[in-house]
Design a protein around this ligand. Structure first.
Ligand code: NAD
Ligand code: TYD
Length: 372
């Protein structure tokens, strides 16, 4: 089989970086070109080790730059676009929706148009695929006893982030139905694992606990999310790309529904155990409660709830399982262990992200640290 030539947008972000590591290890003969604007969420150190590979290329640029995208696609003879680039943090979307409209909606439409320009309409491009990486948040919220989201669940987004992803999904599908563009879409639950920017729940709790800072739990912590280890997400996308499934949508989930407060308590237990057993870590993280025999759980602080906070997400991934046999390889327990251990071993990756620029942004935008 001839090698594939991938354009991976957002490949310096959390899932994109994990995806290009996964892909270069599992499909060594393929060309992988990353296009990333390097916003606050994009980190070159996440993919630094790949830059020595001849098959790998990094290009800093914006998915809204049509000329650049078309040039790259022609120059590299791209036959697969795997589209991760997005503004991805719900809290940021509440404070400033514009960037979400620009990247998630305008940027995605721009990529679709570029793909159409380069690949042409209809059936002329048999090995091409535009895979759009989306989220379960497009479906809105569930009550305790509601059935899990299936692919035909009506879209009902709550946050500007979810609304912008929903809009982009609609455009991707419209380009297939109208112009025959060879697309597929996946809607995945919450990911966690290495290279996760420490503004999202799991990495934020880890780095705060290590420094003895508050662990802010929104509302009463009863909100439920389904968690998938990021490598499992990458494997699921690989399986979708391998299938002959143009025009299809697949839900991807971790079968790990957990209330936020339980998740944070589990993380605290893991940190207590790990730091409690290591004099070296106790010395390195003296402000962590576990370093003095207390529990990180004492840092848990209930703060004002996120406006429009979806109560529960749950994924029914039967369609993907039936089509490919896909099952998550990590349980939440094993995945969290790997994640905590990665953050303990990679402080050089996350420490610089807690810089002044980011702290300033938090200062200006997060008013929620007032106690509820
Ligand atoms: P992220 O915020 O960590 O990374 C986004 C990347 O996109 C960054 O590297 C950023 O620099 C880049 N980017 C942003 N705007 C750009 C632009 N205009 N042009 C080019 N690059 C740009 O996001 P993530 O968590 O890795 O999510 C990746 C994708 O997966 C997103 O589309 C997100 O909606 C989707 N998703 C995420 C999760 C999750 O739990 N993180 C779950 C389901 C789906
Ligand atoms: P997050 O990681 O932001 O992902 P998403 O909003 O896309 O699900 O948040 C996961 C859950 O954790 C969500 O219910 C909000 C909650 N949360 C907190 O309680 N405290 C926090 O500091 C953050 C960032 C999130």
């Amino acid at each position: 089989m001839p090698a594939d030539r991938l354009l991976v947008t957002g490949g310096a972000g959390f899932i994109g970086a994990n995806f290009v590591h996964y892909w270069t290890q599992t499909h060594a003969g393929d060309r992988v070109v990353v296009l990333d604007a390097l916003t606050y969420a994009g980190n070159l150190p996440s993919i630094e080790s790949l830059r020595r590979l001849e098959t790998f290329r990094f290009v800093q640029g914006d998915i809204r730059d049509t000329a650049l995208v078309c040039k790259l696609m022609r120059e590299e003879r791209i036959n697969r676009i795997v589209h991760f680039a997005a503004e991805s943090h719900v809290d940021r979307s509440i404070h400033g929706p514009d960037a979400f409209i620009q990247t998630n909606v305008v940027g995605t439409c721009n990529l679709l148009q570029a793909a159409r320009d380069v690949w042409g309409d209809g059936k002329g491009t048999p090995d091409c695929r535009f895979h759009h990486v989306s989220t379960d948040e497009v479906y809105g919220t569930l009550a305790r006893d509601d059935p899990a989201f299936v692919e035909s669940t009506a879209y009902d987004p709550s946050s500007p982030y979810a609304a912008s992803k929903a809009a982009s999904d609609h455009f991707v599908r419209a380009y297939h139905r109208t112009y025959g563009l060879r697309i597929s879409i996946s809607n995945c639950s919450n990911n966690y694992g290495p290279y996760h920017f420490p503004e999202k729940l799991i990495p934020l709790m880890i780095v705060n606990a290590l420094s003895g800072r508050e662990l802010p739990v929104y509302g009463d912590g009863s909100n439920v999310r389904d968690w998938l280890f990021v490598e499992d997400h990458c494997r699921a996308i690989d399986q979708i790309l391998r299938m002959d499934c143009v025009g299809e949508t697949y839900n991807i989930g971790g079968r790990a529904e957990t209330a936020n407060l339980d998740l944070v308590r589990n993380l605290c237990r893991l940190l207590d155990e790990t730091i409690g057993a290591s004099p070296r870590l106790q010395e390195h993280y003296p402000d962590c409660p576990a370093a003095r025999g207390s529990s990180c759980a004492e840092l848990i602080t209930f703060v004002a709830d996120r406006p429009g906070h979806d109560w529960r997400y749950a994924i029914d991934a039967t369609k993907l399982r039936k089509a490919t046999g896909f099952q998550p390889g990590e349980s939440l327990v094993s995945g969290l262990r790997k994640t905590v251990s990665w953050y303990l071993q990679n402080e050089a990756w996350w420490r610089p992200l807690l810089d002044e620029r980011y702290a300033q942004w938090v200062q200006q935008n997060y008013k929620r640290s007032e106690r509820s």
